[in-house]
Write a protein of this length. Structure first.
Length: 433
């Protein structure tokens, strides 16, 4: 600043030219995602240069306006005028000429910046086009979040969609490979039918909902989600089995979902999966619903054993639909899901067993089946022998009949001995069992 308070204009800094539109559009035919990213970086750099040029333009305009006002203002006092002359470096005429030159130089700079702004118009159009393409890519990614995109045309947007689809498939594959053996076993125990996206497939109009109680909160959360997805399920029968605390919590959740009390059947006396399944199937048979679709809700680790027990007591396996998938449980992060528990339930699944299954419910061993077949064979042979005897009695002499009867008696005695031996074997088998 001069002693009189007038501001001297700062030197005009060199203005960088923005990236030419031809360079920005270079590689427009490239359909790779890398090409789109490279072009977008060039455009962003050009935009930063334009913003800097715009700021300089505003500063120059302010300086020019101040100088014009100073040039058009009336003569100030002698002290101020002397200060201006000293700043200009000479007499009044020379100062005025120097001031005019500075104004001309600033106006020229303004013209340069204006010309740069004119050159920036194609870049702005390129920016708009790229923004539209980026928006299209984002919308395409959202639309293809469940299924891979079908690309019929090339271009940057199509390439970006293809790259996103490949990345998503690779991520899904890595997730499947990196799953622990424990997670895979719980997924098998959950016994859910899932679609391609991993969602649980349930019937739209089930006859009833069968719930095996569990202290886990995931069961109650899943129950609430079922009624939120389809409020019409509040008119379906609900059969609950479990401890008093478990049944009470489930009934409280059903009351929140506005399920009528006369549609709910409870059992708190069941001490095992077998007893709970027996109660549920009996109630479905009483309601005439044992041959219809039912939704089965329990914790995934015990779901498979529950389904096996329900099928044993009369339900069709194709009509029982598990509702809670293993993905809804933090299998590896939850320490309460013990490995020993998962392993024991997995072995029971392989052997088609479940908690509480009584020994008399098991299939007969090979020895039992063999003994039963032998007894049936003996009975058939005796019946055939009696038929032959009846047909031979007619037209046979008395002596021959007597001799034949004796032979029959001897054979019958042999059959009796065979029956006694078989009975002894059966008794021995029963004792072994």
């Amino acid at each position: 600043h001069s002693p009189g308070g007038a501001a001297s204009p700062p030197p005009v800094p060199p203005l960088p030219l923005p990236v030419p539109p031809a360079e920005v559009a270079a590689g427009a035919g490239s359909g790779s995602a890398e090409g789109v990213a490279r072009r977008l970086g060039a455009v962003e750099e050009a935009l930063e240069q334009l913003q800097g040029s715009a700021q300089r333009l505003r500063g120059l305009e302010q300086i020019v306006e101040g100088l014009r006002q100073q040039q058009q203002s009336p003569q100030r006092p002698d002290a101020a005028a002397a200060a201006d002359r000293a700043l200009a470096g000479g007499g009044g005429g020379e100062g005025e000429g120097d001031l005019a030159e500075r104004v001309a130089r600033l106006e020229k700079s303004v013209e340069v910046v204006t010309h740069q702004a004119t050159l920036a118009e194609p870049i702005n159009k390129t920016l708009t086009t790229l923004a539209q393409k980026i928006t299209a890519v984002e919308e395409g990614l959202q639309a293809s979040s469940r299924s891979p995109p079908l690309l019929s045309e090339g271009g940057p947007a199509a390439s970006a969609l293809a790259a996103a689809g490949v990345a998503r498939r690779l991520s899904d594959l890595e997730a499947r490979v990196l799953r622990s053996d424990k997670s895979r076993r719980v997924e098998a125990l959950a016994a859910c039918r899932c679609d391609a996206g991993g969602g649980v497939v349930l019937p739209r109009d089930p006859a009833a909902i069968v719930i095996f109680g569990s202290p886990r909160s995931e069961v109650l959360l899943c129950l609430q989600e079922l009624y939120q997805k389809d409020p019409s399920w509040k008119n379906k029968y609900v059969i609950i089995t479990g401890t008093e605390a478990e049944v009470k919590d489930i009934c409280r959740a059903l009351e929140t979902s506005q399920v009528k009390a006369d549609l709910i059947f409870r059992d708190t006396s069941a001490k095992s999966t077998d007893e709970g399944a027996r109660f549920a199937v009996k109630k479905l048979q009483d309601l005439g619903l044992s041959d219809q679709d039912v939704v089965f809700l329990t914790f995934p680790v015990i779901a498979r054993s529950g389904i096996d027990a329900l099928v044993h007591y009369g339900l069709s396996e194709g009509k029982v639909h598990a509702a809670l998938a293993a993905q809804g449980v933090d299998v590896d992060g939850d320490g309460s899901i013990e490995d020993a528990w998962v392993d024991s339930m997995y072995k029971m699944m392989q052997n088609k067993e479940w908690p509480g299954k009584a020994p008399e419910q098991k299939k007969q061993s090979g020895m039992e089946e063999e003994a039963a077949l032998m007894l049936r064979g003996v009975a058939q042979r005796l019946n055939a022998l009696e038929d032959r005897m009846a047909s031979m009695m007619e037209g046979v002499a008395k002596e021959e009949v007597v001799g034949l009867m004796q032979r029959v008696v001897r054979r019958d005695s042999g059959c009796s001995e065979l029956q006694c031996q078989l009975q002894d074997k059966i008794s021995t088998m029963e004792e072994l069992l």
